[in-house]
Design a protein around this ligand. Structure first.
Ligand SMILES: Nc1ncnc2c1ncn2[C@@H]1O[C@H](COP(=O)(O)OP(=O)(O)OP(=O)(O)O)[C@@H](O)[C@H]1O
Length: 308
């Protein structure tokens, strides 16, 4: 549905994209994760037909961004990370204005305005001035605007940034609804936890390159490395020493009586390590595997890339 291959974009001497390859299947909600400056906005702007890459290919719903930018804009709704709203317009007028830009007028435009306001839960604000809306409401209005031409694909750049926790939940509900309506969505974020319960797929980007992508459940499977927590009666020093000397294990955090570590290997190896820790004199009172979060996966991959 959406794909890029070998995408390169330079801004002067800055290489923002260094051969990016991403693949987003139809109907996916693709969480596009990366730190500030990783190249997320650049990628979304290219996919929206707003920025021309220096090399490589990008395709959206079968349309090539270089050969058919107009066709791309027809199927894409883009919500930028920073957006301006016209202050002297009322909410309803704002949407009618954008509908007119797409040639939609009269009763059809009014129905569309009402449907979209309902979708983004702003029906009660139809006659309010845009500049009196809260940040969360303005984000939702901007989302409604990006939906005016009923695009198949939505590109949302940090849609939850600057929102308070409740507004984030509201935004999440709306995105779920859009997903049910069958849209293919890319959502960029540098806040990993924000995406975990929303996305079906995840792509991790660092310095303009893809680190890893795939279905969320596979990314979280964490079969590469597992994380454990151990608590002891008294200082965990003995346990820390054993873990640090154990092949494939590494201490992540150590406090007085507690140590968190990661380890690769099968159940027998984990049992072997635990035996070693107890044998070294640690009085273990708690030992458990903890879930590998999206954040852990991302940090681990980013470290591996830096070490290469
Ligand atoms: N117009 C520009 N001129 C010069 N450099 C730019 C421009 N836009 C982006 N860059 C640089 O390109 C790189 C990628 O930026 P981009 O905005 O795509 O990253 P991002 O992942 O969206 O970051 P953020 O999360 O901060 O929005 C950064 O090093 C940035 O400084």
């Amino acid at each position: 549905m959406i794909s890029t291959s070998g995408l390169i974009k330079k801004y002067g001497r800055t290489l923002a994209l260094q051969g990016l390859d991403i693949n987003v299947p139809e109907g996916a909600v693709y969480g596009f994760i990366g730190r500030n400056g990783a190249g997320k906005t650049t990628t979304l702007r290219i996919l929206a037909g707003l920025l021309i890459p220096d090399a490589g290919r990008a395709e959206v719903a079968g349309r090539d961004v270089l050969r058919d930018p107009r066709g791309v804009r027809e199927v894409v709704g883009y919500m930028p990370d920073f957006f301006g709203v016209y202050d002297d317009l009322r909410v309803g007028e704002y949407l009618l204005f954008y509908a007119a830009a797409y040639g939609i007028r009269g009763a059809t435009a009014q129905k569309l305005r009402d449907d979209l306001l309902e979708l983004v839960e702003l029906g009660h604000k139809r006659d309010a001035f845009v500049d009196t809306l809260s940040r969360g409401m303005q984000q939702r209005l901007c989302l409604a605007r990006s939906l005016i031409h009923d695009p198949k694909v939505l590109l949302l750049d940090e849609p939850a940034s600057g929102l308070d926790p409740l507004a984030r939940v509201e935004m999440r509900e709306i995105l779920r609804e859009l997903c049910r309506l069958g849209k293919t969505i890319i959502i960029s974020s540098h806040i990993l936890s924000e995406l975990a319960d929303l996305c079906t797929h995840v792509g991790m980007i660092s310095e303009g390159r893809l680190l890893r992508q795939g279905p969320l459940n596979e990314m979280l499977a964490g079969d590469r490395v597992r994380k454990f927590i151990l608590r002891s009666n008294g200082p965990a020093r003995a346990a820390v020493e054993v873990i640090e000397g154990w092949p494939g294990a590494a201490v992540l955090n150590a406090a007085d009586e507690q140590v968190e570590f990661r380890m690769s290997g099968d159940a027998a190896e984990v049992a072997g390590l635990l035996k070693g820790i107890i044998g070294a004199g640690a009085e273990v009172v708690h030992f458990a595997q903890t879930e590998q979060s999206l954040e852990d996966t991302f940090i681990q991959l980013a470290r591996e890339v830096q070490e290469q």
